[in-house]
Write a protein of this length. Structure first.
Length: 115
């Protein structure tokens, strides 16, 4: 399975997970530049805009998905959120979350809020 396919599977799992939590997905895979993409934009139950970074790994053999959110990656996510808020100034409350997905041996989901 390719990394792109693994990422798509993880994003779909994350989307289903947050919808079960009561989040409303607004957009997915919004690109602002080559290095700046927001995986999921959603509203939580309190109508807070949430930019969600999804990291998926087949296993944890080479480290956890959260380890892939480097300072540079975080800076790019933050930049994407700022760009999104400039286009959508109606959102006053916002945050960045991260969701880690491990696919095998059993699917695991970990959700960090307000990273």
């Amino acid at each position: 399975m390719s990394n792109k396919k693994t990422g798509e599977i993880g994003e779909n799992i994350a989307a289903n997970y947050i919808q079960k939590l009561g989040y409303k997905i607004i957009e997915r895979n919004i690109h602002f530049s080559k290095s700046c993409e927001l995986d999921i934009i959603a509203l939580d139950k309190t109508n807070t805009l949430v930019a969600i970074e999804v990291k998926t790994r087949k296993t944890e053999i080479c480290g956890t998905p959260f380890e892939a959110i480097t300072p540079t990656k975080y800076k790019n996510i933050k930049s994407g959120l700022i760009n999104y808020l400039q286009i959508h100034p109606e959102y006053k409350k916002y945050r960045i979350d991260a969701i880690a997905i491990i696919l095998t041996p059993k699917t695991q989901i970990k959700h960090l809020k307000n990273i």
